[in-house]
Design a protein around this ligand. Structure first.
Ligand code: FAM
Length: 435
């Protein structure tokens, strides 16, 4: 018996019935209007998708099933030393909308362990790539290569009933998430540690085992991984990795294809790749200034020179948020508690003082505050994970929890193929002429 699957099915059946009735009664009510600016402006803010697992408020930041990040830290079951939340618990919450018990989270950890076997050919695919292939390319290819194992694709071939799509999607989701730490660690060790791989430690939780396979021991790094893998998991449905996963999935491509699509979106510098860009930018700045402890004036000069060469300040700004990102604040809190004297961390905090007023003074940046990526690099570097081109893979392992639980909901609620309308500028001009 799979208690999570049973619970999910119960919740999904009830919500499906509720939505059907709601659509029957209110299906033609208006919920939004679209301006020309939004049509040309990346569809910012247009309400056009259902995403059950989390919702983003511009000021408060993300809430997962109603819980803010500080609240999650209180209520989710924690790692062995009781300090940081276990991402397994967040997955449970996102999938069924309930805070799991310690027992339920333990069950999930064990489930993922039993499902964690990576097919041999995936390692062969990875080993066939040049070792300097970007880790995100490796990650995306490894995920796609496991599509051979998709329960959904097999059941679809066999002629599955539409009403049951959610079931093999759930199985794919569980199997895929279970394998990601092994794949990510394999990529890390082959790329930066001469292929000196570390076997899983089945006595540990999902994050602890991941830290172990990366080759970074110590309880504090395991705690950092628990926090990191929790806070990066979901950011409602419109962000590029979530939306890409959703779009690919809406064609009934299985979880492997869908997640690979989402990871390709995460690999862009305006999205998940910003975490590598931030630390690269900081190290370039320290090099250029010739100091490990620059003054605020020196940082301000460097920020201005970055801006005047037409580049963005990585880790700052957001398409939705209009306050410091609570995910940034959660990492700052972690740094204050665990490593407050770290030199790079202190630089990150100085940048936090310096950058917002400068971006604000440009008069066009809608959010001058730091986002999730502004802090993570400094924490990782502290514990020895210095190879920053790997950072987006860590983000991806976490993001899979949100986008795949949302994919289960999309199949359970019977969401159709996504197909928004596009128009040409010619059409816009002729429509404007008639207005
Ligand atoms: N540095 C310099 N200029 C910035 C900026 C920044 N950090 N953030 C925004 N702007 C500029 C932006 O390029 C645009 O300029 P133009 O009109 O000349 O094209 C203008 O301000 C208005 O942009 P916006 O409406 O405030 O932001 P968008 O919604 O278009 O874009 C971001 C949002 C995140 C892509 C943008 O803030 C950015 O490029 N930030 C730096 C990259 C980054 O940190 N990305 C990670 C985002 C993170 F949350 C994630 O997805 N992991």
């Amino acid at each position: 018996m799979d208690p999570l699957k049973t619970k999910f099915n119960e919740k999904a059946t009830a919500l499906r019935t509720e939505i059907r009735a709601m659509l029957k009664e209110h299906g033609n009510k208006k919920f939004d209007e679209v301006t020309l600016k939004q049509i040309y402006g990346g569809a910012r803010g247009i309400k056009t998708m259902i995403w059950e697992t989390s919702q983003l408020d511009p000021i408060e930041g993300i809430r997962f099933r109603g819980y803010s990040i500080p609240e999650l830290r209180e209520v989710l079951p924690k790692g062995p030393d009781g300090k940081e939340p276990r991402p397994e618990g967040l997955f449970w919450l996102m999938l069924v909308g309930e805070i799991p018990t310690e027992q339920e989270v333990k069950w999930l950890t064990e489930q993922w362990l039993t499902r964690s076997h990576v097919p041999e050919h995936t390692f062969k695919v990875l080993d066939s790539l040049p070792v300097n292939t970007h880790p995100m390319t490796q990650f995306s290819l490894a995920i796609a290569s496991m599509q051979t194992e998709s329960c959904f694709a097999r059941r679809y071939d066999e002629g599955i009933d539409k009403a049951d799509y959610w079931d093999p999607t759930y199985e794919d989701t569980m199997n895929l998430i279970a394998r990601l730490p092994r794949i990510a660690a394999y990529i890390y060790r082959r790329t930066y540690h001469n292929g000196d791989h570390i076997s899983p430690d089945v006595s540990q939780d999902w994050s602890g085992n991941f830290a172990h396979m990366l080759g970074i021991e110590g309880d504090d790094f395991k705690n950092l991984m628990r926090l990191y893998l929790t806070i990066h998991a979901d950011h409602e449905g419109g962000n590029a990795s979530a939306h890409a996963t959703h779009l690919v999935g809406s064609t009934l491509s299985d979880a492997y294809y869908s997640l690979a699509g989402g990871m390709n979106a995460l690999a862009g510098p305006l999205h998940g790749l910003a975490n590598q860009e931030v630390i690269r930018w900081i190290f370039k700045m320290l090099d250029a200034l010739g100091t490990k402890s620059p003054s605020k004036e020196q940082i301000a000069d460097y920020v201005n020179s970055t801006l005047s060469s037409g580049q963005v300040i990585p880790g700052y700004g957001h398409a939705v948020l209009r306050q410091p990102d609570p995910r940034f604040m959660a990492q700052k809190r972690f740094a204050e508690e665990y490593i407050k004297d770290d030199e790079v961390v202190k630089v990150v905090w100085k940048i936090f003082d310096v950058v917002p007023p400068i971006l604000e003074s440009l008069g066009k940046v809608k959010n001058p505050w730091p986002n999730v990526d502004a802090h993570s690099g400094a924490l990782l570097v502290h514990y020895g994970l210095k190879e920053y081109s790997f950072y987006t893979v860590l983000f991806g392992v976490s993001r899979a929890l949100g986008v795949l639980s949302a994919l289960c909901w999309s199949r359970a609620l019977g969401f159709p193929l996504e197909r928004p309308k596009s128009v040409t500028t010619e059409w816009v001009k002729s429509t404007l002429a008639k207005m």
